[in-house]
Design a protein around this ligand. Structure first.
Ligand SMILES: Nc1ncnc2c1ncn2[C@@H]1O[C@H](COP(=O)(O)OP(=O)(O)O)[C@@H](O)[C@H]1O
Ligand SMILES: [Mg+2]
Length: 232
């Protein structure tokens, strides 16, 4: 659905990505792993149109595009950036509503709000509370609910596990897989190292020093060897 071809990108004179190609497919979960500073967030920013590459092509649904966040949101692609995820002083409900200001009908919103809450039952008692009162895992659910209320084709997530306990990381990944299976939404997940959760994903990329050193299925001996080499 979203393809990067031979991307060089960076910040001013600082080159970060060196000839990176990647393809994020429909109806699948793709994980992009790599050490800190490898260029994972930079790759996601380029893919979502937040950073213009020096060189390379970006294709969306087989057409070459000049990406921008606005264009992606219109086409059903959302990004949940690294770090700050909710507006802490706004209620949980308001945080989710934020993504829907351009909707035409209130009734449509209520229907979709109910639908999204069935995916995150745990949030129901907290809808009127400030989002800042919730646990890290629950705040992550709010950010995901905001991304999912518009029935996206694809969601890009930058290190959703940061600040979560191992159990919550597990729960979040099972939830993403369940959402993908139920709704067909694809996910691109950037994570430092995700060995134990790889079986929940379909495709994996490993980035090291701004270059792709593995691209393929989320299983197998080649991937294992590359994981041990990169994350020693
Ligand atoms: N806004 C920026 N300006 C200059 N350099 C940056 C900026 N953001 C990231 N970098 C640098 O680019 C490299 C890759 O960063 P990043 O893509 O955030 O890596 P990762 O997400 O894999 O940890 C790092 O050396 C980082 O210091
Ligand atoms: Mg990062």
């Amino acid at each position: 659905m979203l393809t990067l071809k031979n991307i060089n990108a960076g910040y001013g004179k600082k080159k970060v990505l060196n000839d990176v190609s990647a393809s994020f497919k429909a109806d699948s979960i793709t994980v992009v792993m790599g050490p800190n500073g490898a260029g994972k967030s930079t790759l996601l920013k380029v893919a979502f149109g937040l950073l213009k590459p020096y060189k390379g092509k970006i294709l969306f649904e087989d057409k070459e595009i000049s990406p921008s966040p606005q264009m992606f949101v219109k086409n059903g692609v959302f990004m949940v950036p690294q770090g700050q995820r909710v507006f802490k002083d706004m209620t949980v409900r308001e945080n989710i509503e934020l993504a829907t200001h351009f909707w035409k009908s209130r009734a449509d919103f209520e229907t979709e709000f109910e639908r999204v809450l069935t995916l995150f039952e745990e949030l129901k008692p907290f809808l009127k509370l400030p989002a800042g009162n919730l646990s890290g895992g629950q705040q992550q659910m709010v950010a995901l609910a905001r991304g999912l209320i518009n029935k996206p084709k694809m969601v890009l997530l930058d290190e959703p596990s940061i600040g979560l306990s191992p159990k919550l990381i597990n729960d979040t990944f099972y939830k993403l897989k369940e959402i993908k299976d139920q709704t067909g939404t694809s996910f691109v997940i950037v994570e430092h190292n995700l060995k134990t959760l790889l079986p929940l994903t379909d495709f994996a990329y490993i980035l090291k020093d701004g270059a792709v050193v593995y691209a393929g299925k989320s299983e197998g001996r080649v991937l294992e060897q590359m994981m041990s080499a990169v994350f020693k």
